[in-house]
Design a protein around this ligand. Structure first.
Ligand code: FAD
Length: 426
């Protein structure tokens, strides 16, 4: 192999600078490793998302030294407002030792750039407009770098370049071409969601609750999923909906039309009508419950959506992208600090087991949940009879948002923790 210029060799290459990649790169750089972070777009850029952050994600922001103050455009929320079964229920985020008691909303246009710049400040070398085109493999099929194509601001193609490192992290999102080119396909036995969203100018832009609508009807079919209206704070709301693949509707529903029909049922004065729409309605898949494995193989670690980390209970992906980034970086730091390749490899195999320990039981429960609510009768029963019970709903909030204290929690925490422990790891 020809000698690479020093600027294109590193200890670790991270492919993709979304929340998973930026968080991984930040923590690796903080530990003193030389990290190259490759991103095909240039910031700021649009990213299809609901823009909602639960306390889990806030915790990860704080761990990156990002202080989400309102004067800098971070919109705080105090909990989840659930609408369904003729009820309107406000469930504050729980008081826990392990997580802050507030969530946030921030559009991904800003959010992803803030994270990527924080990684850069920590020392990661960010290359924007650099699309990774494939892995560089040795004769044993182990990754030792990537090929990439640069481009100019006006879109003209630049050079074909190569980056070299002993370890590569795939943080390239749901489509994860890099994992695919290493033979890692989506698993059919794991849940998947599809979600669409758009923005409207609306007087509800400064709502300090995340609002979820549990009843999405397609004619007389109740769909497994929910709609959301999240205030962005700048005069707009993000409104969207997500549906799970456990229903027959999944394949044959027109998502954009469904979103419009649902929003037409909301009060006129909220302004969620075509004339106030400020952006295109766009959608993407939600890869859930570890729907791509193994999370480590032959020098490649999968983080975030690339590893199918979205929470099947609520469609939240950012917190899990960031947490898996922290876990991957911990393992990489330990592995690279070991003297022999066998010892390094042993340390790297800790990553998939750590993921399974943390999320395996919970994601298995999530799979059961997805199957259950795919049945319209179960969904109906849950919205009609579950919502009127405040204690049950507090339990549900903690379960759906995965917010419990591990040891000293209350009775609800203990039940949820016990359930996730007895469920076989996904
Ligand atoms: C409609 C919708 C609403 C959602 N709402 C929420 C929500 O409210 N809250 C929440 O927590 N989650 C939400 N999610 C899920 C969330 O968006 C994802 O889980 C999250 O973005 C995953 O982060 P990631 O870093 O793994 O991947 P991504 O955010 O997809 O980042 C991948 C990055 O890799 C780059 N990339 C891709 N290929 C290459 C390549 N070949 N070379 C270089 N770079 C590359 C991309 O440009 C991108 O920057 C939503 C998803 C959808 C579709």
């Amino acid at each position: 192999m020809p000698q690479q210029p020093a600027s294109r060799t590193a200890d670790v290459i991270v492919v993709g600078a979304g929340p998973a990649g930026a968080t991984t790169a930040y923590h690796l750089a903080q530990s003193g490793l030389d990290v190259v972070l490759l991103e095909k777009t240039a910031f700021p850029r649009e990213k299809v998302c609901g823009d909602g952050l639960t306390p889990r994600a806030v915790k990860q922001l704080l761990a990156m030294g990002i202080e989400p103050v309102e004067s800098e455009g971070w919109i705080r929320n105090q909990g989840l407002r659930i609408i369904g079964g003729g009820m309107r229920l406000e469930l504050p985020w729980p008081d826990l030792a392990s997580f802050p008691d507030y969530g946030l909303v921030r559009t991904r246009e800003d959010f992803d750039e803030i994270l990527a710049r924080q990684a850069q400040k920590a020392g990661a070398r960010l290359h924007e407009r650099t699309t990774v085109t494939g892995p560089v493999l040795d004769h044993q099929g182990r990754i030792g770098g990537v090929t990439a194509r640069t481009s100019e601001a006006d879109g003209t193609k630049g050079d074909e370049v190569e980056f070299t490192a002993p370890l590569v992290v795939a943080a390239d999102g749901n489509s994860t071409r890099l994992s695919l080119s290493m033979g890692l396909r989506k698993r059919d036995d794991r849940p998947l969601g599809v979600a669409v969203r758009t923005y409207y100018t609306s007087p509800r832009h400064d709502d300090d609750w995340l609002e979820s609508w549990l009843e999405l009807w397609d004619g007389d079919r109740l769909l497994p999923g929910y709609g959301w209206i999240f205030g962005v704070g700048d005069g707009r709301v993000n409104a969207g909906l997500g549906i799970l693949n456990s229903s027959t509707a999944f394949q044959n529903v027109d998502y954009r039309d469904l979103l419009r029909r649902w929003l037409d049922t909301t009060p006129e004065e909220w302004g969620l009508r075509e004339e106030n729409r400020t952006q295109q309605t766009r959608g993407a898949a939600l890869p859930m419950g570890f729907n791509r494995t193994p999370h480590y193989t032959r020098g490649l670690l999968l983080v975030g959506d690339a590893g199918g980390m979205v929470n099947p209970f609520n469609g939240e992906g950012i917190a899990y992208a960031m947490e898996s980034g922290v876990m991957a970086s911990d393992v990489i730091v330990q592995a690279l600090g070991r003297p022999t390749s066998d010892a390094k490899e042993l340390a790297l195999h800790r990553y998939p087991s750590a993921l399974r320990e943390r999320y395996g039981g919970y994601y298995t429960l999530g799979r059961v949940f997805v199957k259950l609510i795919g049945n319209p009768n179960v969904m109906k029963l849950a919205t009609r009879h579950g919502l009127p019970h405040p204690t049950l709903m507090r339990f549900t909030l903690k379960l759906l948002a995965n917010l419990t204290d591990p040891r000293d929690g209350d009775a609800v925490d203990k039940v949820i923790n016990a359930l996730t422990k007895v469920a076989p790891a996904a």
